[in-house]
Design a binder for this molecule. Structure first.
Ligand code: AMP
Length: 298
């Protein structure tokens, strides 16, 4: 099915695995490279940054939208996850992506999924620890999607830093040919990282979301002032988060940027401050990669 959007370009909308496979095979046979942006929908500027990067780097861009039941441990979270297929389709088309893959749960999991991918070590901390089975669900669905779409390059957001690390490792461990690109976190002017779950924040909690990134930045500022003791830095971060009204810290840690193991003594450039905080019942995550003092990248 094709959908003619405002910019006049054609978006191919595919609900069947066989359809997206033949669409991609078509492009491949004429020598085109394929970029892939997997998402769970409720699209925003964060997803937009990934889609733009793919369009820039690849001849054809496939965006998938699939809210993956396998990665949700709380049924309620799955049921309340925001969905808006129509707006998403228009958003993707306006950006100039070429295909949307929109499978149903039955299409993705026609029978009970007995083969589950799991990963050691990198998943021991942060979301891997806080959400049992979360990365098993992500690895399994991303592997399936990669088999369906066969992309040359896949784009993931560094907002989900651990997810990028886990997927990179899967690709290396399983000798997969896809290239993984991590795209910097897109933020509102206030500093709030765009996230589908922001839509679920109450009016009272909404303005407090910006305080998460401010707390990360304040901790990095301490690091730039020469404080590299992990306990001091994390005490400061956790204390700042504790002052946010209606907030509950799930975790606030410092990890090595590659192994994602907890740092316990000295912080260094390239380490990642990562947090998960509930504002009311909405769980938000964010992170900051510690930069050199005078870096423009912080
Ligand atoms: P999701 O739909 O939340 O599963 O996210 C799909 C992809 O978009 C993942 O690779 C996320 O890391 C990425 N993403 C989500 N929010 C942002 C953001 N604010 N900036 C950059 N990438 C993002």
């Amino acid at each position: 099915m094709f959908y003619l959007g405002e910019s006049g370009s054609m978006l191919s909308v595919n609900r069947r695995i066989s359809d997206i496979r033949s669409q991609v095979a078509d492009w491949r046979s004429s020598g085109r490279t394929v970029g892939f942006v997997p998402t769970m929908g409720a699209l925003h500027e964060g997803h937009g940054a990934l889609i733009r990067a793919s369009i820039e780097h690849c001849d054809r861009t496939v965006v998938s939208i699939f809210v993956n039941p396998l990665q949700f441990d709380r049924k309620e979270d799955l049921l309340t996850y925001p969905r808006d297929d129509k707006a998403d389709q228009a958003f993707i088309e306006d950006l100039g992506a070429h295909a949307l893959f929109l499978p149903s749960v039955e299409e993705m999991y026609p029978q009970e999924q007995w083969t589950i991918l799991t990963q050691k070590t990198i998943t021991n901390n942060l979301d891997g620890q806080a959400r049992p089975g979360f990365f098993d669900g992500i690895l399994t669905v991303v592997l399936k999607l990669f088999h369906m779409v066969s992309p040359d390059v896949a784009f993931f957001g560094l907002k989900d830093y651990q997810q990028v690390a886990v997927i990179r490792r899967m690709v290396a461990d399983l000798n997969m040919e896809v290239e993984i690109r991590g795209i910097p976190t897109a933020r509102e002017a206030s500093g709030v990282a765009y996230a589908s779950r922001n839509k679920l924040l109450s009016e009272d909690d909404r303005p407090h979301a910006a305080l998460l990134y401010q707390a990360l930045q304040a901790t990095e500022a301490q690091f730039h002032q020469g404080i590299d003791d992990v306990d001091i830095l994390l005490d400061g971060l956790r204390n700042a988060l504790a002052t946010i009204p209606n907030a509950r810290i799930d975790y606030a840690d410092l990890v090595d940027g590659v192994s994602l193991q907890l740092k316990t003594k000295k912080a260094s450039v390239g380490d990642v401050l990562a947090l998960a905080v509930y504002l009311g019942s909405v769980r938000l995550i964010d992170n900051l990669i510690l930069s050199e003092k005078n870096s423009f990248l912080s």
